[in-house]
Design a protein around this ligand. Structure first.
Ligand code: ADE
Length: 351
């Protein structure tokens, strides 16, 4: 195996701002623009919601600092947009170390992950998004790295091939996934902390919207931020996205004063986001089941084929919120629209 690509080496002491601690980027455009707007909380005490998760991580961070050791490996799982990447960056900030950000699909060749691991400085964080998508080879390179801080690599070819073990600096892997069930158990077992991120409650979402509007220089009434909170599917990333759309309408209407719930309603209706946050793809999903399959049960593959979408996206992006609302159920025979879901779309109950 040809090994040891240079990777990106450490660039000297980091400044005190979280952004400067981020090395590399598998951040999406939206995630990048969140950081640029300064919307991303940088410390645990700025991070709104997820109270239990924060409490657990706060203790783990303080204990690691006290012991002078790397934080135990952390697995964060849950639907997209709830703040897994943000939490990894916050952890690095709390620990006073850099965070190297990547995602499993970017680690296709063995040398990609080797390059990252050998360049980690003591106690640094390595954040791997979509960790359930790691290749088998990458996973197997990770096992001894996570357990014994050892990297076993093959050098040379043919008769001169041999195995070499490299020592690694103590480090913390923060893995994120929307599909915890797809992680192999040997990988899952190597995380000391396995934490689920929950959908956010209305109060927390309203605080997040008010905080973000402050950074964007907008003034929202209480009813306006409440309206966005009710329509963002329990998800801060969506709340911030909706807020940007509201800002657009506010600018175009020349209303750069106070934003009220009527303006929010106008902006979000324009984007087909209904009163409880369902968007066009949710409605397409529910309508397909209702109109073509009398409400189900329908298998995931069939739904995906009919919608022209990928089953993974449907399962990890569209369905979690519909399940949370109680609009659908996953049964052994497929997906079923519940009476709650039927009634939201104006369909009569199924007896
Ligand atoms: N912006 C996005 N998510 C946030 C959170 N959990 N706390 C504060 N601001 C946020």
């Amino acid at each position: 195996m040809a090994i040891l690509s240079s990777g990106d080496s450490n660039q000297g002491p980091s400044s005190s701002r979280a952004k400067s601690r981020v090395v590399d980027g598998a951040l999406t455009q939206e995630e990048k623009s969140s950081s640029e707007d300064g919307l991303r909380p940088q410390r645990l005490d700025e991070y709104i919601g997820q109270a239990e998760l924060k409490q657990i991580l706060n203790i783990a961070v303080k204990a690691a600092i006290e012991r002078g050791e790397a934080l135990d490996h952390v697995l964060l799982y849950g639907p997209p947009g709830l703040g897994k990447t943000t939490m990894a960056l916050v952890l690095a900030e709390e620990l006073g170390v850099k965070c190297r950000v990547t995602s499993a699909p970017a680690l296709e060749r063995p040398r990609d992950i080797v390059g990252l691991l050998v360049n980690l400085q003591p106690r640094e964080l390595l954040f791997i998004d979509e960790i359930h998508r790691l290749t088998r080879v990458a996973e197997e390179l990770l096992y001894p790295a996570l357990e014994d801080r050892r990297l076993d690599i093959n050098v040379g070819k043919g008769s001169t091939a041999r195995m070499r073990s490299l020592r690694l600096n103590p480090f913390t892997l923060v893995g994120a996934t929307t599909k915890a069930g797809s992680l192999s158990s040997p990988l899952r077992d190597r995380f000391g902390l396995i934490q689920r991120l929950e959908f956010y409650g209305l109060d927390d979402l309203q605080k997040i919207v008010q905080r973000a509007s402050g950074f964007m220089g907008l003034v929202l009434t209480n009813d306006a931020s409440n309206e966005i909170a009710r329509r963002c599917r329990g998800t801060p990333r969506i709340a911030n996205r909706l807020l940007r759309r509201v800002r657009d309408v506010s600018i175009v209407r020349g209303k750069n004063t106070v934003i009220d719930e009527h303006l929010v309603d106008e902006a979000l209706s324009l984007h087909s986001v209904d009163r409880i946050g369902l968007d066009a793809s949710d409605r397409r999903f529910l309508k397909l089941l209702l109109e073509s399959y009398n409400g189900g049960p329908v298998g995931l593959e069939t739904i995906a084929a009919a919608l022209g979408d990928d089953p993974n996206t449907i399962e990890s992006v569209v369905e979690p919120f519909l399940l949370q609302l109680g609009f659908i159920q996953r049964t052994s025979r497929g997906r079923v629209v519940t009476n709650l879901g039927r009634s939201h779309l104006g369909w009569p109950d199924k007896k």
